[in-house]
Ligand binder design. Sequence first.
Ligand SMILES: [Zn+2]
Ligand SMILES: [Zn+2]
Length: 232
Amino acid sequence: MVNNWLDIIQDRVFPPTCLLCNLSSNVFDICEPCAISLEKNTNCCYRCGETFESSISAPKICGKCIYSPPAYDETHAPFIFQSGMRYLIHALKFHNSYKNSRLLGRLISESLQNTPGLPELIIPVPLHPIRYRQRGFNQSLEIARTVSKQLKIPLDYSSCQRRKYTLQQSDLPAKRRKNNLRNAFTITRPIKADHIVILDDVMTTGATANELAATLKKAGVNRVDVWVCARA
Ligand SMILES: [Zn+2]
Ligand SMILES: [Zn+2]
């Protein structure tokens, strides 16, 4: 009942208009042509989500993941980080287009409908308190709220914290990203789940997800997947 009222209030405050072209859309925050125009990341490594150049017919792992397996087990990145998807994520993060988080969460949830073996718990990638104060919200948590509600998976945004204030990953070359993140996260209370998913807006090199997954595994979690809206 409470959730229904929240939906009604949210639809009044953010009526369903396409967030890309501003035309009306019936029930969703994106119209059909704009939804079709978002490039899908279907041809990718199941472990890290990186797009393959040539098409594949069965789930496949990339050379990088074979040579140096990441701490996370699987990545689900339904879209490629370009054009409309890049705009939606940038507008959310840097221009406080808060309502984009609802659409991004819905797009992730829709892409996971009917997927067997969903995780028991969602952990959004935490922001350091300084960055949180600068931005005023954590975009990963806002996206995760919608995913949690739609897929009925509990959300945990307090057991894992970011204790190290790191430079923006996007400002660093790939080689320095791993060092920048070393020991960036800490677990503040026991996590009672065997299979967890880390949720973030976009994955670029996977260094953030890798560090967080390694921290969770050290804390006893058996399987860690990664869900992001888009893969760069
Ligand atoms: Zn549109
Ligand atoms: Zn890979």
